[in-house]
Design a protein around this ligand. Structure first.
Ligand code: NI
Length: 167
């Protein structure tokens, strides 16, 4: 396994639309292992392949506090069951150090392939529902800052640009 480097906002590569994964192979399984290692190390509760500059529709998630609930979603899609929001705070490994409260549907139905490319369908609520929507956004080149005000977004952008220059 290996740690992958995570792209940071406003890196333009985060705007890439990821392609569906058509077949399971060693390369995909290695990527999934490395994504989990990278996500746990960060630490974070979700990672999209887009964030490690691999533009395939793969997400790793673990919202447990003991790394015991790894979830792999390949080619994920969702339908809204309840569009009301829990107004949960979100962070992002590609936007380190910032958190914003977003409105997202609190109850969704998810369809995806699992790690073994078996079809799965399940309902998600709470943090898991938010996390899945956040990561699917990444696969579509969308970041959570796109859902907040332009003023807040430009403030985050200039602070991160300043940090990147110092590195
Ligand atoms: Ni993110």
């Amino acid at each position: 396994m290996a740690l992958l480097s995570i792209l940071e906002y406003p890196d333009k590569r985060l705007r890439t639309l990821a392609s569906p994964v058509l077949e399971n192979n060693d390369e995909i399984q290695k990527l999934i292992s490395n994504m989990f290692e990278t996500m746990y190390e960060a630490p974070g509760v979700g990672l999209a392949a887009t964030q490690v500059n691999i533009h395939k529709r793969i997400i790793t998630i673990d919202t447990s506090d003991n790394q015991k609930s790894p979830l792999v979603l390949i080619n994920p899609e969702f339908e809204v069951i309840d569009s009301d929001s829990d107004n949960l705070q979100e962070g992002c490994l590609s936007i380190p150090g910032f958190y914003e409260t977003l409105q997202r549907p609190k109850h969704i139905k998810v369809t995806a392939l699992d790690k073994n490319f078996k079809g799965q369908q399940f309902e998600a609520t709470g943090l898991l529902a938010v996390c899945i929507q956040h990561e699917i956004d990444h696969l579509n080149g969308i970041l959570y800052v796109d859902h907040i005000s332009r003023l807040k977004r430009s403030r985050i952008k200039s602070k991160l640009e300043k940090l990147h220059k110092q590195q």
